[in-house]
Design a protein around this ligand. Sequence first.
Ligand SMILES: [Zn+2]
Length: 347
Amino acid sequence: MGIRRLIQLPDRIWKGLHSQGLILLYHRVVTLDTDPQLLSVTPEHFAGHLEYISEHYNPISLSELYQALKAGKVPDKSVVITFDDGYADNLWNAKPLLEKYGIPATVFVTSSHVDSDREFWWDDLERLLLLSDQLPDQLELTVKGRKWNWDLSGDLGAESRRRYEIEPKSWNVTMASDPGPQHAVYRDLHRLLKPLSHEEQESILSTIAQWAGMPRTGRETHRPLNVSELKELDRGGLIEIGAHTATHTMLSMQPVGIQRTEIIRGKESLEEMLGHPVQNFSYPFGGRVDFNRKTVEIVKEAGITTACANYGLTLIGSTDPYRLPRVLVRGWDVEVFSSWMKDWFNE
Ligand SMILES: [Zn+2]
């Protein structure tokens, strides 16, 4: 429901508050069998979103938004499209559709994942915990000096899964209950892994891979971009590449030195691969607790001009370019997407 419908104010006041722009946050354009974090939009639905945007809004690039913010005025009904993380499907599925509708976008890429045969840790956690059929009955891990135990006994396998109401494939983390005990372990480990350093995450994921009897090499469907794909995505001027740190660490949990290394290494590696400056950035995870004032200072010192967060607000002329709000788009069909957009613009 739109805020306008919740709060009754005269029209002239609403006009003054009228949101001028919105930055959309996508991750993946792909059809997946399972998507526990709700990161994907199918190509069909994405095409519907783009068609709707091109008919009803004013799509602009992040660089155009930066210029507009410098002038203190965001063009009316501006929509900026962004993608986080750097999945290969951004080139294969999203770019052709963005070109078809002539809509610019920025893709924020985690530099150390470019060319990697590993999945992002949240995808790996899904693959190893939810798709393995040979997890041991007892799982035990030490995380930051604290011991954790989980009991999966008697609850694995197709027969026991039938006892649960939710179909495991359609499960996602926003659901109130879980199809099986390994889904609860997935929730716990997602929470435990998020604030850790990349090295700590890797060590835990290797242990889980042993439990699961699965290799660390990732799925083709969950592959990050390789270098030639990154360059291809960057080619043509419609898509800008932005930085998203080196290893996708939760910056606020890291000491200042590591924050600086993550931000600068992420930006410089991409510049080396692309052969030109990278000036836009998005904070990994992007919530208010995921970065801090020091992070913003480092981002400014690194010569970055815009930095995107991940919390739902619209844009106005005085929006801080180093704390750009973005709204997370789910895999909605065009009907749901269009009414959601209208709510944001108080239409
Ligand atoms: Zn991310």
